[in-house]
Design a protein around this ligand. Sequence first.
Ligand SMILES: [Fe+2]
Length: 344
Amino acid sequence: MKERTQLRVLVVERRPSARKFLMKALTESGYAAEAVASAAAALKACARSSFSLAIIGLRPPGMSAFDLATTMNERWPNTTILVTTPTEEQPAALACLRAGDHDYVMRPFDLKDLLAHTRRALGQEPSPPQGAVGAALNGRPNGESRAVRRVLLGAVKALSSALEAKDLYTKGHSERVSRLVGRMTKVVEIPPREARRLRLAARLHDVGKIGVPESVLSKPGPLSEDEYRQIKAHPVIGERILGPVVADSEVLSIVRHHHEHWSGRGYPDRLAGEEIPLGARILAVADAFDALTSDRPYRPRLDTQAALEVLRAGAGRQWERSLVEAVIRVVEGFSVNPPDKHGR
Ligand SMILES: [Fe+2]
């Protein structure tokens, strides 16, 4: 196996932020990387020096990614080519593409995969990426990797807020749900570490809605079967978007399962009862309370008591009964019958 420092990688990427990010990631992972912004510059760079790998991003100016890859393949057959353009078959990548159109730096979400592809394309033994970005993605904490992760997380939080802010009905929803969840974790005595994890999941739980068309999200009338199917994809899309950013699998699992029902009739996996992660069960109750007390395109908001009545009616079916009681205690501002150590 060649040493990584001997391997030269060419990045063809028109967006400066993505170019900079990929250069940093590759350099920190031990590759000698060079970046160009267009197809013409890529061909010039290959004529000047040889590259083991070329990573071609979205729509390089001057030529389609496919045509550039074909040309390079004919002229420099020793250069392995990796095209990172998402396809219809990759919903998470598609979501990233949409986000890109909104000027958010979403490419880091592809990074873990990209570095793995890079290693495979170069015939290297599978090994974890090195450097600050690699450490951040692998959950090995050091000061720098924490900083990288904070930046990525900040971008996702900004994205989630931007998504909600576009719509008066959902503005501030995740922030409010996160606060309510925080108060519930005290009532059900969730340890501080778990509580932090759950507040983070609450803050990010609907980010997958970026993969759902706006016309469906804000439709005032009843949804068709196909539209409902699109809405129901958001927890899974959210999990995929967050995968490379949030190393904590429990946070991802809470995001995935926040629409499961205690009865087993929710989605995406139709988990029932205690099969559903506790954090997702708590989030489901807080999410519902906030949704019921907010205006929606198809109905006005309910007052607190009416919303609590809806939750009571669904206790033991949609939501875990003891958690409905917990949210009632939180909302009504007093605590009776302290829960046992499992928060039930
Ligand atoms: Fe949701």
